[in-house]
Write a protein that binds this ligand. Structure first.
Ligand code: PLP
Length: 413
């Protein structure tokens, strides 16, 4: 039996299935419209270029941007690298090899695809501030205001967090960065296609997105690069044929780009209704689990978050046993596999969630094809697994008797 037949998919924040309409739009580009979109001398090239042009408009349309401001990439990881390294190196206050090349602001609970480029820039002589979020996972405009310095050249703050779904104060942060004259980049991979984006109104200079998080194919994404008020310049990472205005050389992945465009067009039409439907299902999932079980905590802000996901911790259960108990539900846990051991999620740690609770937390993210029957089945499955594990937990018994667990002195021999 396939995973699809046995397992409920509640891991849409990791990746989404490709929408059938996206696949249908892509198919001709493999076998009949197969030209190189840079071939200027014949109809095969023009046809492929038309497909790319349409996709560029569709992506721009979803963002409130101009088509010329869209650069196609292999995904959000690459978009983040081009944006963050490209802007830092372009606007550096001192040449490579020097110290104090400029100040960058980001946050500790960003995706690794932002953290790691920033870490590399630190080694190149840039000074990076990693902000701590509030206890409910938010980076506020005030935090940015307080962290800005005269030599701040770049601010990179994600729109919505991939583990929590929490939403940072992006429009206000954009405004503050503009007033200060710092380039503002946002990793909007989890946001775009879920809630409305307007790069003009929200003062965004650089924005990363990925097709596979919004019902498009894997391995394709885009970077929005502001061209006016102000024109943002980037030092390219990859040298070659000068494609994509020189920001990203390499033959364009035409079929995938067409898929990304189609995914954006569908999202623009459907995201509002989809968000309403999914938030109702998400709330049902959350409320049912919280009413059936004790010691359940939602991690991150309950209001300022994406409509389709929740991150929820279950006290008095062991993380790995919980995952084993809900094998028919595909979701992410609060543990990350680093080399040989399981580490608690650094995002949950940043919120002050203890290691035990982090390990026993689940990120449940619903999607376009999620049904209410699946939500009901997940509620039953998770509640049963937690109750089963707690029935075997002496600590849970003590807690129920009113013993303050944190005050127990463990005896060692
Ligand atoms: C998934 C994700 C990425 C990485 O995107 P890819 O297209 O897989 O490289 C980056 N940032 C966030 C917030 C994500 O959720």
């Amino acid at each position: 039996m396939t995973a699809q037949e046995t397992t409920i998919y509640f891991d849409h924040a990791s990746t989404t299935p490709c929408d059938q309409r996206v696949v249908d739009a892509m198919l001709p580009y493999f076998t009949s419209i197969y030209g190189n979109s840079s071939s200027r001398n014949h109809a095969y090239g023009w046809e492929a270029e038309n497909g790319v042009d349409t996709a560029r408009s569709q992506v721009a349309d979803l963002l409130g941007a101009q088509p010329k401001e869209i650069i196609f990439t292999s995904g959000a990881t690459e978009s983040n690298n081009i944006a963050i390294k490209g802007a830092a190196r372009m606007y550096a206050k001192a040449p490579a090899g020097s110290e104090s090349r400029g100040h960058i602001i980001t946050a500790v609970h960003e995706h690794k695809a932002v953290i790691d480029p920033c870490r590399r820039l630190e080694r190149e002589g840039f000074d990076v501030t990693f902000l701590e979020p509030s206890a409910d996972g938010i980076i506020t405009a005030q935090m940015i205001k307080d962290a800005l310095r005269d030599d701040t050249i770049l601010v990179s703050i994600m729109w919505a967090n991939n583990e929590l779904g929490t939403i940072n104060e992006i429009p206000c942060i954009g405004k503050i960065c503009k007033e200060h004259g710092a380039v503002f980049h946002t990793d909007a991979t989890q946001w775009v296609g879920k809630l409305r984006t307007d790069v003009e109104a929200d003062n965004i200079d650089l924005l990363s997105l990925s097709a596979h998080k919004m019902y498009g194919p894997k391995g394709v994404g885009a970077l929005y690069v502001r061209r006016r008020r102000p024109r943002v310049r980037l030092q390219a990472i990859q040298d070659g044929g000068g494609h994509e205005r020189g920001f990203r050389s390499g033959t364009l992945n035409v079929s995938s780009i067409v898929g990304l465009g189609a995914a954006c067009a569908i999202a623009k039409e459907e995201m509002e209704a989809e968000g309403k439907r999914l938030s109702a299902l998400r709330d049902k999932l959350e409320n049912e689990l919280m009413s059936r079980l004790e010691v359940v905590e939602v991690n991150g802000h309950r209001d300022h978050r994406l409509p389709h996901m929740t991150n929820i911790s279950f006290g008095f259960v062991e993380g790995e046993s919980l995952m084993m108990g809900i094998k028919n539900i595909a979701c992410s846990s609060g543990s990350a596999c680093t080399s040989a051991s399981l580490e608690p999620s650094y995002v949950l740690k940043a919120l002050g969630v203890g290691d035990e609770l982090a390990h026993s937390s689940l990120r449940l993210s619903l999607g376009r094809h999620t049904t209410e029957a699946e939500v009901d089945e997940a509620i039953e499955g998770i509640a049963a697994a937690v109750q089963h594990l707690r029935a075997m937990s002496p600590l849970f018994d003590l807690w129920k008797e009113g013993v303050d667990i944190s005050k127990i002195e463990w005896q060692s021999h």
